[in-house]
Design a protein. Structure first.
Length: 218
C-alpha cells in the first residue's frame, strides 16, 4: 500500500462510535454489579494485586466494557468506594427522632461481621492506593467522608431550625468530625468502628462542639 493510500484511510474509530453517532446512550444498567464485583476483588486481593481482568471475570463482563466506563483501576476503585458509602447515606432515609442525639444514634445501623471485615479490607486497599498516588487524596476524601458529612449537615441544620442548636455553630466543620475520625480509625489505626466507638464520639466530641450536653436522652 502506498503512502498516499494509507493517508486516505479513515482514522480508526472506537468500537462503539457508531452507536454514539446514532445517539444511542451507553448502557449503565450493569454498573452496580460491576462496582460490587470490584469491591469484592479489592477486599480479597488488595489494591496492588487487583486488576481489571479479575473484576471483569467476577462481574462476567467484557474488559472493554470496564475500560469504556472507567479509564483506570483507580477510577474504578474510587467509584466503587463512593457507591458503597452513598448506599448508606441516602437523605431520604434519615431518621427524625425529635432530638439531634436521637437522630445520630439512630444513624448507627448494625451490619454483619462479614460485611464489617469486607469494609476494613476495602479501606486498607484504599490506603495502599493513596500511597501509590497521593494526588488522589481529594477524590478519596470525596468518596469516603463527604457522603456521611452531607447527612450530618442536614441533621444539624434541622436541629438549628427547631431551636435545639445555636445558629452560630460551625456546621460544616462539625459535620466532618465523625466521618473524619471514623476514616482515621479505619484507614490508619486499622480498628473496627463499632457502636460503642460511635456513641463515644457523639457524646464526647460532636454534641459538646454543638453546645449540647452529652448523654441527653435519645
Amino acid at each position: 500500500m502506498t503512502q498516499l493510500d494509507t493517508a486516505q484511510l479513515p482514522a480508526e474509530q472506537p468500537e462503539d462510535d457508531g452507536a454514539h453517532r446514532l445517539g444511542r446512550k451507553r448502557d449503565h444498567t450493569r454498573d452496580p454489579e460491576i462496582l460490587d464485583a470490584a469491591l469484592d476483588v479489592l477486599a480479597e486481593t488488595g489494591y496492588d494485586a487487583m486488576s481489571m481482568d479479575l473484576v471483569a471475570a467476577r462481574a462476567k463482563a467484557g474488559k472493554a466494557t470496564l475500560y469504556r466506563r472507567w479509564p483506570s483501576k483507580a477510577d474504578l476503585v474510587l467509584d466503587a468506594v463512593s457507591c458503597m458509602k452513598q448506599a448508606q447515606s441516602r437523605i431520604e432515609d434519615l431518621p427524625d427522632t425529635g432530638t439531634l442525639r436521637g437522630d445520630f444514634i439512630a444513624m448507627i445501623r448494625p451490619h454483619s461481621m462479614e460485611d464489617a471485615e469486607r469494609r476494613m479490607r476495602v479501606m486498607g486497599a484504599v490506603v495502599s492506593m493513596l500511597s501509590r498516588d497521593p494526588d488522589l487524596a481529594d477524590a478519596v476524601n470525596e468518596a469516603i467522608t463527604e457522603p456521611r458529612a452531607r447527612l450530618n449537615r442536614v441533621l444539624i441544620e434541622r436541629a438549628i431550625a427547631r431551636g435545639e442548636v445555636s445558629a452560630d455553630v460551625e456546621v460544616d466543620t462539625i459535620a466532618h468530625i465523625s466521618p473524619s475520625m471514623t476514616a482515621y480509625r479505619t484507614l490508619v489505626q486499622r480498628k473496627p468502628v463499632d457502636r460503642e466507638f460511635l456513641i463515644g464520639l457523639i457524646d464526647g466530641i460532636v454534641l459538646p462542639a454543638l453546645g449540647l450536653r452529652p448523654g441527653s436522652p435519645a
